[in-house]
Design a protein around this ligand. Sequence first.
Ligand code: ZN
Length: 311
Amino acid sequence: MPLPFALDHVNVWLIGNATDDLMIVDTGIDSAATCDLWQQLLSATGRTPGHLLITHYHPDHIGLASWFQSQHAQLPVTMSQLEFDQAKAAFEATDEEFAGAQAAWYREHGMPDDLLHKMAAEGNSYRQIVAGLPQVDNIVKAGDSLTAGGYKWQVITGGGHAPEQITLYSEAINVLIAADQILPRITPNISLNWYKNRLDPLADFLGSFANYDSLPADALVLPSHGLPFTGLHERLGQLRDHHDERLDRLRQSIQKPVTAHQLLPLLFQRELDPRQMMFAMGECLAHLRYLENQGEIMATTSGGIIRYQTN
Ligand SMILES: [Zn+2]
């Protein structure tokens, strides 16, 4: 499904066999273009959605869940509890609450006023591309399993990118639906942000890799962005190396107190639009929090501004 961002698409999955209704995994954002595509797609298959599973709360995954339920009465929706809670908090925040909390958070991490004003003008950017909150009938957690397409799928959850993201593995066909937890070319955004409910998202993310250790090396991985691939364990190794390298760069550059905003050029050597700036700040702060929790750096606040420094 198309996305109007630098990352221009999200993958959705339809799982079915000759007899079952389809299980749909993720929806795309709420836009007229995405609704049109879904209608074309479902009429081309001649199939009815029997079940919708939302991997995590981000708009490109949950955006049309409530629209699906308005089109297909009684369509059951499955999520994890923390993802639903996060979606609810983000969706229900007023423009003022959303923008205010966001601005306060970025201001104390050193973002200049002109950028803060641009962000505040956007209001609740989450609700702009999410149609509504779905009625969730089925809450799943790690270790549960479900059936789709005649196959059993094991629920494996992972934190870091989102609090309790659902990924699905079917041993019968050796396929892992990895959502945004494991992506082939780009690295999933790992952000510490003003929701403050994820205290050490990078530790959560790296810790989640153990959940995939026992899967076969030749599993076919279906990511939410980019093409399906094999080489699960190599990719996890590359993701680990990427974060290790960023942590090293930060360690070497925080001899004197600096704000997260001042450290951005060290991690991102390109122009950032406001949306990318939000991801970049979150990513930088996630790495700083990780080093802080490891006891390698400390944060000090003066004049309402938080700065980081090696111990
Ligand atoms: Zn995501």
